[in-house]
Design a protein around this ligand. Structure first.
Ligand SMILES: NC(=O)c1ccc[n+]([C@@H]2O[C@H](COP(=O)([O-])OP(=O)(O)OC[C@H]3O[C@@H](n4cnc5c(N)ncnc54)[C@H](OP(=O)(O)O)[C@@H]3O)[C@@H](O)[C@H]2O)c1
Length: 185
């Protein structure tokens, strides 16, 4: 049974790659939910701590397999994650609840960094989390430069999320969401 800190990053091979590298440097064993093997291997090759990055290869729309993979990972680690960073597309509304159900046995406080797209800000969905979960919500906004709008870069997104982890902010917008009618097309 490992005593290392345990992080689960859903969608970690994309814009959250730098967050995975950061967590690995911070001493976490980082388990990354993704589908593409080559993309994961490329990410691992860019890490200074490749031995701290672990693949959980599953399509998160497939709830049964997702549940099984999370159960197996918890069994290997002998505990539930200390932190989960979640970037899940809206097409898989049951993925996060499936994962949360599996980690709900944890009694010690842990953090969920829930990353959501711009449009979720206006919906303000109510995410049900276990009692000991310290819920942190991050909305991805856009950048307005001299009246020109653009979406956030991966670097800006990852840096913003690392800042949230450091500062333990409850609700954060990376970039801006206002004025909404000026958002990029
Ligand atoms: N401002 C905003 O509101 C906003 C919102 C959304 C996106 N964006 C921008 O749009 C860009 C694209 O976003 P993105 O999410 O496509 O890119 P991404 O973060 O580069 O990739 C998505 C991540 O989720 C994983 N993933 C996707 N579908 C999955 C599935 N069904 N099962 C398991 N893992 C899955 C991917 O792994 P695999 O490739 O291995 O499947 C990858 O790790 C981002 O770069 C971001 O800048 C902006």
């Amino acid at each position: 049974m490992s005593k290392d800190l345990f992080a689960l990053v859903i969608g970690g091979t994309g814009m959250l790659e730098k967050v995975c590298h950061f967590l690995a440097i911070e001493g976490y064993d980082v388990y990354v939910v993704h589908r593409d093997k080559t993309r994961f291997q490329a990410m691992q090759s860019r890490s200074t701590h490749p031995d701290k990055l672990f693949s959980i290869r599953v399509d998160y729309h497939d709830e049964k397999t997702l549940q099984k993979k999370i159960q197996e990972t918890i069994q290997i680690k002998g505990c539930c994650p200390d932190i989960i960073v979640s970037w899940i597309h809206n097409s898989a509304p049951n993925a996060l609840p499936t994962i949360l159900k599996e980690v709900s046995v944890r009694k010690k406080p842990w953090k969920l960094i829930h990353v959501q797209g711009s449009s979720s800000f206006f919906v303000k969905e109510n995410t049900t989390v276990p009692e000991v979960c310290e819920y942190r919500r991050v909305y991805l906004g856009f950048v307005l430069e001299n009246e020109n709008a653009r979406w956030l870069t991966h670097e800006e997104i990852a840096n913003g999320i690392i800042k949230v982890i450091h500062g333990d902010y409850k609700e954060t917008v990376i970039g801006t969401l206002k004025p909404w009618n000026k958002r990029p097309s």
